[in-house]
Design a protein around this ligand. Structure first.
Ligand code: ADP
Ligand code: MG
Length: 388
């Protein structure tokens, strides 16, 4: 039998007298609102039941030692020495960046031993990196006796680390969802203004199934930049009619009047229609109409495939297979596109048949083995008493 995490912790770090505490931060998935965050639009991420656990014990000295069940590299950080990014530190750069940022803010951190365990795949687009950042900040702040109630500040700290210490130019959606997620809710978030509120996601007898295509996202950066440039081009063509707060606020009539290029028209149609779908999704979710929510998910995928052209054959194949499987109310790609994950809303009872038929159809078409994660909208970062 597998030892409990606490037994494993004591085995790794040897017995000690200080109290062992555990903290959890989830991954996240964006339910709807794709490729509109940079057009002034709304996104709707939810925190997942899957995530990372940090099992921690304070030390009497000034060392923070970190291990992960996922990697053999053990990390040691001296709180009294300068901390800079170091490629040799591997995954440890995520927690090291957080420690560095907390120290810069004058937080009086204690030494600690930390063991990370996870139920979240890495690099699949479910934001394991944001989970690491937010989890490290939440755990070390708690051990230092510092407040953790300002979860928005913790999210922004995580984003700063990802941007400046890791060097990944991400927006605020991931860390916000990981820190501020709430059980049975999604966040309706404007990434530019950072305004957000919660939308109920009562899935009733349904679950969200995350379907990992196992296809590495390629082309994403260049296509992402190209799409952004195309949206800017539409705004320029709109001239005086261009809305100040982003392309999502333009009307389709204005686009038809000012923009003749068919490709640019389709890009604008996705942006405008996706914002409408997010608004409709928050309404139908509030009234518990899951069938309507499922149809919006599928319409979002169609728009991303036909108008925005960011899906690619792997995501199209898995979404198509999902829509043909029993018990599926709707499905769409999630994330930047061209690979990574898709989500489907599925009747709980049908999940075994659903995954079996999607797996075999996808495997037949692509010869790749997909992975499936059953999930619900869950709480953001928190201290935990039992193993999660
Ligand atoms: P994503 O955020 O989509 O999962 P990223 O490439 O942004 O993908 O982040 C993945 C990286 O985060 C991993 O390569 C690793 O460095 C780090 N990471 C995530 N989870 C863990 C874990 N449980 N243990 C160690 N490192 C982890
Ligand atoms: Mg990431």
């Amino acid at each position: 039998m597998r030892p409990s995490v606490v037994e494993e912790f004591v085995h790794v770090y040897s017995p000690g007298s200080h109290e062992i505490r555990s903290f959890f931060a989830p991954g996240r998935v964006n339910l709807i609102g794709e490729h509109i965050d940079y057009n002034g639009g709304l996104v709707m991420p939810a925190a997942l039941t899957q995530g990372i656990t940090a099992t921690c014990r304070p030390r009497s000295d000034r060392l923070v030692r970190l291990r992960s069940r996922e990697d053999t590299l053990s990390i040691e950080i001296d709180l009294d020495r300068p901390i800079t990014p170091d490629p040799a530190r591997g995954w440890g750069n995520y927690p090291a960046g957080v420690v560095s940022e907390l120290l810069l803010r004058g937080i009086n951190l204690n030494g600690a031993d930390v063991l990370f365990t996870t139920t979240l795949p890495q690099g699949a687009g479910l934001s394991s990196s944001a989970a690491m950042e937010v989890l490290t900040a939440f755990s070390l702040l708690t051990l230092a006796g510092a407040p953790t109630s300002d979860l928005k500040a913790i999210a922004l700290l995580g984003q700063k680390v990802e941007n400046q210490f890791i060097g990944v130019n991400c927006g605020i959606m991931d860390q916000f969802a990981v820190a501020l997620g709430k059980k049975d809710c999604a966040l309706l978030l404007n990434c530019e203004s950072q305004e957000y509120h919660y939308v109920p996601v009562a899935l009733d007898s349904h679950v969200l199934v995350i379907m990992d295509t196992a296809w590495q996202r390629r082309l994403t950066d260049s296509k992402y930049n190209e799409r952004r440039a195309q949206c800017d081009a539409v705004l320029r063509l709109l001239g005086e009619d261009a809305p100040r707060d982003g392309l999502v606020h333009a009307s389709w009539d204005q686009v038809l009047f000012h923009v003749s290029d068919p490709t640019l028209r389709r890009r604008a149609r996705h942006v405008i229609s996706e914002q409408t779908r997010v608004e409709q999704a928050s309404q139908v979710l509030a009234s518990g109409n899951l069938a309507a929510f499922g149809r919006l998910l599928t319409a979002s995928h169609t728009s991303l495939r036909e108008d925005y052209e960011v899906t690619g054959p792997h995501l199209d194949t898995i979404v198509d297979a999902a829509l043909h499987a029993t018990g599926c109310l709707g499905a769409r790609m999630t994330g930047a596109g061209f690979g990574g994950c898709a989500i489907a809303l599925v009747e709980q009872e049908a999940v075994p048949d659903f995954t079996a038929s999607v797996r075999s159809a996808y495997l037949r078409e692509t010869r790749l083995e997909p992975a499936f994660y059953e999930t619900h909208a869950a709480d953001g970062a928190h201290e935990t008493t039992e193993e999660e």
